[in-house]
Design a protein around this ligand. Sequence first.
Ligand code: SDX
Length: 428
Amino acid sequence: MGNEAARLELGGNASDYKVLSGTVGPDVVDIRKLYANTGAFTYDPGFTSTASCESKITYIDGDEGVLLHRGYPIDQLAEQSSFMEVAYLLLNGELPSKDKLDSFTRTISRHTMLHEQLATFYRGFRRDAHPMAIMCGVVGALSAFYHDSTDINDPYQRMVASHRLIAKMPTIAAMAYKYSVGQPFIYPDNTLSYTGNFLRMTFGVPAEEYVVDPVVEAAMDKIFTLHADHEQNASTSTVRLAGSSGANPFACIAAGIACLWGPAHGGANEAALNMLREIGTVDRIPEYIARAKNKDDPFRLMGFGHRVYKNYDPRAKVMQKTANEVLERLGVKDPIFDVARELEQIALNDPYFVEKKLYPNVDFYSGVILSAIGFPTTMFTVLFALARTVGWVAQWNEMISDPEQKIGRPRQLYTGATFRDYVPVDKR
Ligand code: SDX
């Protein structure tokens, strides 16, 4: 950590604060004593200038369009690694040997089944319930079934809960889909890969054998890797904040799922595809570009812009390449892919988007691929949550083990009524 200081002059008094340096990225000013020294709070709605924690898991450089997981760039991981290997890397900090990866994958595969009574839990939902609503409910309910892995102070139980969450999310997601289409749940088949197992549970039926298409399996696995973790985004910060109170891991991940659902965050992939379908044809793009620029119109180009990336989202580049591969392999001619590519070109050359540094993000192309594979748009954010569970669990474990972490409790700038006496109703 660095040793220079930052001086704050306030109300005629000066106070100094340590400046800490990471291995890469912006320095931070340690302001933990600021309130005690000055009686003032910092003010940073949306935390645009706030580092909430120290972490070794993911590094993002928004200006350079860089995303590293434990130092490895996302494009290399997406092209050369696998989601299971990336899960191991995020959780443990290093790429595994073949034996360690095999052992980790076997452990995960042994946790893919759900307690049988949870199947009954699904039947309490309406058939037309949004799969994200089901996922929020079912994941939160896991703590009612797996009491033997809720003690967050026991490292062994933390590991078991982490493995259970990573392993059961595909089963939960597939069951949410099956329930919505009125088909029977398909049990996991652990002879398949993590992603192949998920595809079979989702698209397989008891009436016939399901053969995993290796191209679709590879594309899905790559999409999971691209969504695995992303530093202290809104849903990860939600998981950390929930975890800081000592809540059990299943409840914390359910909180993360709820936050991810928002259209400004993980819900953007569903919203982006719905937007592309609404635009429909290339000739209608200018109308929507104009709406996105109109301050009086709440419409935004879904899949564009990012709090951190002020350059191209590196995940979007890999996603566009994968979309090309999958559509070609499946022989899908989806006009919305043409609309997406044309919209991207127009937006990237429009002064409004150039000036505001709005580029396609991870959500812009993912829906085109997921739609081509056969997922309904309502399942898109479920798939994002499935993949992001690995990052949430890794960040949750890091937070629990961090000696500097305490219960998260932000303060506020209060602008409401000051002290006043109660007035009985007959005197108002
Ligand atoms: C994810 O944080 C993460 O890491 C998230 C994520 C992850 O992996 O966890 O990367 C996943 O959530 C990706 C983002 C998905 N969301 C969308 O695609 C929804 C559309 N995008 C916007 O809602 C917006 O860009 C955000 C929410 C993503 C970012 O919001 P910011 O950084 O707070 O940007 P802003 O709202 O301050 O916008 C800056 C300006 C504004 O104009 P002015 O007020 O300065 O005039 O840019 C405009 C905005 O109106 N703007 C857009 C726009 N996004 C921002 N205008 C049109 N279309 C857009 N998409």
